[in-house]
Design a binder for this molecule. Structure first.
Ligand SMILES: [Zn+2]
Ligand SMILES: [Zn+2]
Length: 391
């Protein structure tokens, strides 16, 4: 089959690789209909997660059709149209039983890699380095889905393929930020980043009853998309002082919930940007936490900050004093999609949650190298490049 493979830092190649096979009675094989790039794929591509090997297949956000199931798969069958959660969970361990699905203890066969870095290992994730299990990704004709009864969700007839695609990763991630960030009716919520995840965090906050949702970015096309959602206000960091604006719009108090949806390669006008980039390039720090600092500084006293962006290692200039003295709650997670995806698909079916517009560039899988270029370099207003193997 065809697959988009990592070939080295910032190098991709379209390869012919063996078709995936059932390796376990709980596996399924899915024929991929759509697979999207995600901001966190750029971390893998750029070598920020240094456990990729040439030939690894990228991609973790996808939907498709079940073409084969193992003998122990009972809830899904061949022919089902499904969306698959980007994180892999067994459904039975202590973490899965407590709905902490991306912390599953059984789905990552290489825990030692991340235990040395983080103390404990998260779950496995498709196409996301050997630290997160070394599973082949979805930018391919077919993909093997372990724990298929847990990770595959049937798509309601009313929901089209491209809308459902984002229930795999971006929508549950954004929803989790608003939910676990503690958004309550009447809150003012600020979201850093108007990419797919930021937009969906903003939509989630609105649906959870936030009185005001303010989205911060510096890319015109993304701000336009975010601004088209009901209830979203915008701050363009190229032309506005973000802190002054947030104070002005919250009666001087600051937002109740601040959601960071940017991640380790964040950019922006702050003088600390150059400092972070310098340290990252010389491996003195691993991440550029500009948006995290901004979220912490601007959050109201006693408020909560949720880190949705992906980070890899250690940073400095981390405002621990602000967290403690302002009484902030700081939370974070890789997405616990299994607890949200059925509800999100229902909301999509009722037209409450909009995702289709995020697929700004839909193309054959054969053009995926070009798609990554468009997405990575934010060319042509690209919010998400989406690959269609059958086209
Ligand atoms: Zn992702
Ligand atoms: Zn588990």
């Amino acid at each position: 089959m065809k697959a988009l493979c990592w070939a080295g830092v910032d190098e991709l190649s379209l390869e012919t690789v063996p078709d995936p096979r059932l390796l376990n009675a709980h596996d399924a094989i899915v024929k991929v209909r759509f697979s999207a790039v995600c901001g966190s794929d750029l971390h893998v591509l750029g070598g920020y997660l240094p456990t990729m090997r040439p030939g690894d297949v990228l991609g973790h956000e996808f939907m498709g059709e079940v073409v084969e199931v193992g003998s122990a798969v009972s809830r899904r069958r061949v022919g089902d149209r499904v969306v698959v959660c980007s994180f892999i969970s067994c459904g039975h361990c202590w973490f899965c039983q407590n709905q902490l699905f991306s912390l599953c203890d059984n789905s990552n066969p290489n825990p030692a890699v991340s235990e040395s870095l983080w103390g404990q290992a998260p779950s496995g994730c498709y196409g996301y380095s050997h630290a997160l299990g070394g599973f082949a990704g979805s930018h391919a004709d077919y993909i093997r889905v372990p724990y298929a009864d847990q990770g595959m969700f049937p798509i309601p007839d009313e929901v089209d393929d491209l809308t459902a695609l984002f229930a795999s990763d971006a929508a549950p991630t954004g929803w989790m930020g608003a939910d676990l960030g503690g958004v309550r009716p009447g809150d003012v919520v600020a979201v850093w980043g108007a990419g797919a995840v930021g937009q969906l965090a903003a939509q989630a906050a609105t649906l959870l009853g936030a009185a005001e949702v303010i989205v911060i970015d510096g890319l015109a096309e993304r701000l336009d998309q975010a601004g088209a959602q009901p209830g979203a206000q915008l701050i363009d960091f190229r032309t506005s002082d973000v802190s002054a604006e947030l104070r002005e719009r919250t009666g001087g108090r600051g937002p109740d919930v601040c959601i960071e949806a940017v991640g380790m390669v964040s950019g922006g006008p702050s003088p600390l940007y150059g400092y972070d980039q310098f340290k990252q390039q010389r491996r003195l720090g691993t991440d550029r936490p500009l948006a995290v600092r901004e979220a912490i500084f601007n959050c109201r006293k006693g408020g909560s900050v949720f880190v949705l962006g992906v980070f890899g290692g250690v940073v400095d200039k981390f405002p621990l004093g602000a967290i403690m003295n302002k009484g902030l709650t700081l939370r974070s997670a890789q997405q616990h999609g299994h607890r949200y995806i059925p509800m999100l698909l229902q909301r999509m079916a009722r037209g409450e949650l909009q995702t289709r517009h995020l697929a700004t560039h839909v193309m054959p899988l054969a053009k995926a190298v070009n798609g990554y270029d468009l997405f990575k370099n934010r060319k042509d207003g690209c919010v998400r490049a989406v690959f269609e193997p059958d086209r």
